[in-house]
Design a protein around this ligand. Structure first.
Ligand code: HEC
Length: 174
């Protein structure tokens, strides 16, 4: 009788001990996960902080310039290439959650500018210079509309007069 009581007590003690160790392990796992989440969050915030919007805009401006000369030379492959570069830079801005002067630049980029890329793509299918110019103007207007919306009406993009870099051939190779 006494012995069986001892066995029961020993079993109970082992059970409690086992649970204690399990809880302890779980606690330290939760601690590790929290640390990992904290450091991931920190890295995301760092990336957002270090992103310089004006730098991305600078590329948009250069590609807009090159896109124009590729388009008026009716160089379809090169035009599509720059349209794709513009789209990539815009999508990058969309993914970075950029907020400036209380305006969500990423959301505006998605709703104002990216649809104009698609419209210009459709215009290119017409294989007609006038259609290209119309689509290009639509895209250019979206640049300026967003500058106005984000409180920067002084940033005005216009049709280019000469290539921003003079060492590139825009006409189709014969
Ligand atoms: C969704 C809003 C939005 C769209 C669309 C947009 N911009 Fe901007 N742009 C901004 C904001 C905001 C700034 C100011 C950035 C800063 O203060 O650092 C800016 C700044 C600029 C600048 C000044 C920086 C420099 O390098 O001189 C240029 C140029 C520019 N944008 C070109 C363009 C072009 C070209 C397009 C279209 C292809 C475009 N932007 C589309 C919001 C936009």
């Amino acid at each position: 009788m006494k012995r069986s009581l001892l066995i029961v007590l020993a079993l109970v003690a082992a059970f409690i001990g086992f649970n204690f160790v399990t809880v302890f392990n779980l606690k330290s796992k939760i601690g590790d996960t929290t640390l990992q989440l904290d450091s991931a969050l920190y890295r995301v915030q760092e990336l957002e902080r270090s992103y310089e919007l004006a730098e991305g805009m600078h590329y948009l401006q250069i590609y807009m310039n090159k896109l124009w000369f590729a388009g008026i030379e009716e160089n379809e492959e090169l035009t599509k290439f720059y349209l794709h570069e513009l789209e990539e830079f815009m999508e990058d801005i969309v993914s970075r959650n950029v907020v400036s002067r209380g305006k969500n630049v990423s959301e505006l980029m998605q709703s104002m500018a990216l649809p104009q890329i698609e419209l210009l793509e459709n215009q290119l299918e017409k294989k007609d210079k006038i259609a290209f110019v119309l689509g290009y103007r639509g895209l250019m207007n979206s640049c300026n509309s967003c500058h106005i919306t984000t409180g920067r009406p002084y940033l005005v993009i216009d049709l280019p007069k000469s290539p921003v870099l003079d060492n590139q051939v825009f006409s189709k190779a014969e």
